[in-house]
Structure formats: structure tokens, C-alpha cells
Design a binder for this molecule. Structure first.
Ligand code: B12
Length: 223
């Protein structure tokens, strides 16, 4: 039987070699071997990052990236039920509205963040990708959100995270919600610049940060 490391390596390799069948097979093998689904998602993400780096260096082209993201999607779909099954039942931690900003169709990272927040116990309203900036505020108002998260993967679209902040102000709910920004080009500096309450570099960190935001929101609300 393959070792845990071997199985995880297989999963990562499958993404890097754009192989959907191998990605699904490795994800299933990981579950059969009782490997923590969070670890599986983590290596798949690493694989996707490697593909991104090769694309950055000009070693891979767009069709490679598209094929890798397809492999990523099918592998994530295999482990998702196991992730959800492992979710702790109990009190809802808070309500999150999340989406990838207008003009940006990158959704893989945002989807993972949304899934992890859901597993951690948040009620998550995922608006999808290429979401008009006004929709974040409208949905936040509708569901009485605690946290609004926006994802941006491009230097051109990250500007829309600032517009999300503005729309929340216009809607009169900026002081009732906490905001969180993320995506590959996003940094803490950027979060500070646009006036977001928090930044997280990864999905696991996003869960930690979201819990902290809930604690500070409760202080503000005096709850
Ligand atoms: C996969 C990918 C695609 C796929 C997307 C598939 C999909 N459904 O998402 C496809 C092939 C469709 C694509 C298309 C394009 N892409 Co593209 N793509 C990538 C690539 C290689 C990887 C992104 C990814 O999925 N990473 C893996 C995930 C898991 O990581 P992540 O997204 O960073 O998410 C993690 C964290 O950032 C964080 N996070 C993410 N969101 C959030 C949100 C919150 C609230 C928080 C707290 C945290 C958080 O947690 C996540 C999980 O750990 C990047 C390269 C890169 N280095 O990022 C380019 C990249 C983003 N793409 C780029 C470009 C230019 C494009 C296109 C314009 C190409 C084209 N010429 O058509 C189009 C975009 C069109 C559009 N309008 O959006 C550029 C952007 C450059 C720039 N201007 O900044 C990049 C950087 C590549 C490059 N170096 O040129 N792309």
C-alpha cells in the first residue's frame, strides 16, 4: 500500500501534470487511506501554485493552467463531502458573504476559502465570481452578514476590493460588518490601504482570521 506521503505526492503531481483521472484517483485513494481531507486540499493547492509559477515564468501557457484548474476542481469535488462530514456540529460562528470581485473569473481559491469557512461553522453565502461590487453590500444587508470577504487574483481587479468597501459605506452597513480580503496579489499592506479589516494568505488562515473578526465584532456590538 502506498504511504501517506506517496498518495499526497500523487495528488500534487496530478495537478501539475493536468491529469484529471489521476487527480480523482489520488483524492479517492487519500480518503480510503483516511488522510485528513484538509491535507489533501493543501497539497492540491500547492500543485496549483506550482502551475501558476510555471505560467508566470513562461514555461506553461493558458491551456495548461485551464487543464490544471479542471483537475483541481474534480479532485476538490471528491474530497469536499469528506470535509463537510468532518465539520463540527454546533452553534453557528457567524455569517459570511464572499465572492470574487467584478471583472475577475478566478474562483478556485475563493471556493476553497468558502468551503473551509463553512466547515469551521460559518454560514457562507458564496456569490460566485465576477461579482458586481454592489452585490456584496446588497447580500450582506439581506442576510445580516457579519463578515464580507472578497477575492481578487489580478492587479487590475484588486481595485474593486476598495469599491466593495465604498459600497458597504454607501449602504450604511460598514460599521456592522468586518471585511476580509484575499487572493494571490493581495497583501496586508493592500488590506490596510483599502480599509479592509483583515487579510489572510490562505484558506486555513482565513478561518483563523474570521474567528478573530467575530470576536472583535462582538466587542463592538457589546454582545
Ligand atoms: C488558475 C488560473 C486561471 C484559471 C482560473 C480558473 C478558475 N475557475 O479559477 C483560468 C485559466 C480561467 C484563468 C484565466 C485568466 N487568468 Co489566470 N491564473 C490562474 C493561476 C495560474 C492560478 C490561480 C489559482 O487558482 N491558484 C490556486 C489557488 C488555491 O490559490 P489562490 O487563488 O491564491 O487562493 C488562495 C489564497 O490567495 C487565499 N484567498 C483567495 N481568495 C481569498 C479571499 C479571501 C476573502 C481570503 C481571506 C483569502 C483568499 O486562499 C486561497 C486558498 O489557500 C494564476 C497564477 C497565480 N500565481 O496565482 C493566474 C493569474 C491570476 N491569471 C492571470 C491572468 C492574466 C488571467 C487571464 C486574464 C488570462 C487571459 N489572458 O485570458 C484570465 C482572466 C480573465 C478574467 N477576467 O478573470 C494573471 C493575473 C495577472 C495580473 N494582472 O495580476 C495570473 C497572476 C497569471 C500571470 N502571472 O499572468 N486563470
Amino acid at each position: 500500500m502506498a504511504s501517506k506521503e506517496e498518495i499526497l505526492q500523487k495528488a500534487k503531481n496530478a495537478i501539475e501534470s493536468f491529469n484529471k483521472d489521476e487527480a480523482v484517483a489520488a483524492a479517492k485513494e487519500a480518503l480510503d487511506a483516511n488522510i485528513d481531507p484538509v491535507e489533501v486540499i493543501t497539497v492540491l493547492t500547492e500543485g496549483m501554485r506550482e502551475v501558476g509559477d510555471k505560467f508566470d515564468k513562461g514555461e506553461y501557457f493558458l491551456p495548461h493552467v485551464m487543464a490544471a484548474s479542471e483537475a483541481m476542481k474534480v479532485a476538490v469535488a471528491v474530497v469536499e463531502p469528506a470535509l463537510k462530514a468532518g465539520a463540527k456540529a454546533g452553534d453557528k460562528l457567524g455569517t459570511v458573504v464572499i465572492g470574487t470581485v467584478e471583472g475577475d473569473i478566478h474562483s478556485i481559491g475563493k471556493d476553497i476559502v468558502a468551503t473551509m469557512l463553512g466547515i469551521a461553522g460559518f454560514e457562507v453565502h458564496d456569490l460566485g465570481r465576477d461579482v458586481p461590487v454592489t452585490e456584496f453590500a446588497a447580500k450582506a444587508k439581506e442576510v445580516n452578514a457579519d463578515i464580507v470577504g472578497s477575492s481578487a487574483l489580478m492587479t487590475t481587479t484588486m481595485l474593486n476590493q476598495e469599491r466593495v468597501e465604498e459600497e458597504l459605506k454607501k449602504a450604511g452597513i460598514r460599521d456592522k460588518v468586518k471585511t476580509m480580503v484575499g487572493g494571490a496579489p493581495i497583501t496586508q499592506e493592500w488590506a490596510d490601504k483599502v480599509g479592509a479589516d483583515a487579510y489572510a494568505e490562505s484558506a486555513t488562515e482565513a478561518v483563523v482570521v474570521a474567528k478573530k473578526l467575530m470576536a472583535s465584532l462582538k466587542e463592538v456590538k457589546g454582545a
